[in-house]
Design a protein around this ligand. Sequence first.
Ligand SMILES: Cc1cc2nc3c(=O)[nH]c(=O)nc-3n(C[C@H](O)[C@H](O)[C@H](O)COP(=O)(O)OP(=O)(O)OC[C@H]3O[C@@H](n4cnc5c(N)ncnc54)[C@H](O)[C@@H]3O)c2cc1C
Ligand code: SF4
Ligand code: SF4
Ligand code: SF4
Length: 368
Amino acid sequence: MKDRGNITDLEAEVIYNGLCCYCGTCGAFCKEYITYENELPVTKKKCYEICGACYDFCPRRSFAPFAVERAVFGDIRSDNLLGYYRGIFTSRATEDDIRDRSQDGGFVSALLTFMLARGDIDAAVVTKATADWEPEPFIATSRADIIAAAGSKYTQCPAVEGVGDAIEGGYRSIAFVGLPCHIQGMRKVQLSKQFNVHGDRVKILIGLFCTETFETSRLRDKLMEQGVALGDVEKFNIKKGSFIVHTRAGKVLKIPIKKMRDCVREACTYCYDFAAEFADISVGSIGSEPGWSTVILRSESSEELVRSAREEGVIELKELPEERVEEVRKLASYKKHENLKNILARSEPVRVANMELEPELLDKFLLL
Ligand SMILES: Cc1cc2nc3c(=O)[nH]c(=O)nc-3n(C[C@H](O)[C@H](O)[C@H](O)COP(=O)(O)OP(=O)(O)OC[C@H]3O[C@@H](n4cnc5c(N)ncnc54)[C@H](O)[C@@H]3O)c2cc1C
Ligand code: SF4
Ligand code: SF4
Ligand code: SF4
């Protein structure tokens, strides 16, 4: 594997190879050359440099799960499906205005407002939707900003670009909320040995569980077939095998998730991370009662933070019973198994010492 390259190499290996998840990490720190169009990176002008930051940061070019776990958590996972963690809880915001605007229990927004009020952070990089449901990275610096960006957008935006903007804007203590692929990109930035773009100013990474995202243009067409324009949508949700669309006029449309397959971003079919395994805190709905969020605490600092938020009355927090944790594992396992087939179908033989083997046959050859 090459260890240096530029955006042209990324185009060949990742972008035109169906692997780009549109995370925004490549362009976040190179505004001169890289921008985003039609949900992919594009070059503004030909780059003859080989500084290689874009290539080094891209989580879809390479990602080393165990090395990241050792560096961030000090140990590697004992749970292959959910990653390294210290505890799994169910939680919700105590304040009504947050719960009303949030996707599930409002844990994410409540924690961000808590950190902002306490002075732990001076900005939170979140994802806000336009009136036409185009998601955009957004630098929130007030409680109202955070609440305005609450709720899940099931399409994608280059959220890590927002981190680049926040660092450029002089913010020094930043919280970032992103999907598992965004979190992987941010970890590569923070752990890069070659480039220092002040990724250490991002003090906490909050990851959302993720099965897949849809391409905006395909989602728009799919909803139009059902007579709903994106601009008419109040809220999206995914529950019990259905993609649920609530319109501003009060209509509720339920589309079986299987019928949404043709809207899924190709890169998501090669993704093995459901539970935002490399975040400080991961949050989703599966496993919790309606109106509550499932919360996985991974880093040591996240435990102290969440305990303080509970003590200050910002959130309610209860341990998630083991049978509910099993529901989270089941969904993570489903994603890993489905997508592993796609990943292996594209894999080249791996070299282990002097052996050259197909990755799916590695255990057959090496284990007794
Ligand atoms: C694309 C997507 C797929 C998901 N898939 C699952 C799933 O399969 N199973 C499951 O249990 N949970 C899934 N979730 C997580 C779930 O929908 C909630 O986001 C989570 O439970 C947090 O709820 P909350 O009420 O605490 O968040 P809120 O308080 O509503 O805050 C949500 C935060 O997420 C940010 N955000 C919203 N959309 C995006 C986006 N597209 N990219 C980056 N940041 C975003 C917002 O800016 C906000 O800061 C998914 C979320 C997304 C966005
Ligand atoms: S200048 Fe560096 S980061 Fe920017 S496109 Fe070229 S190689 Fe990539
Ligand atoms: S860094 Fe992200 S947006 Fe850029 S090429 Fe890689 S996957 Fe795509
Ligand atoms: S499935 Fe993976 S690649 Fe696709 S949006 Fe979710 S985390 Fe990113």
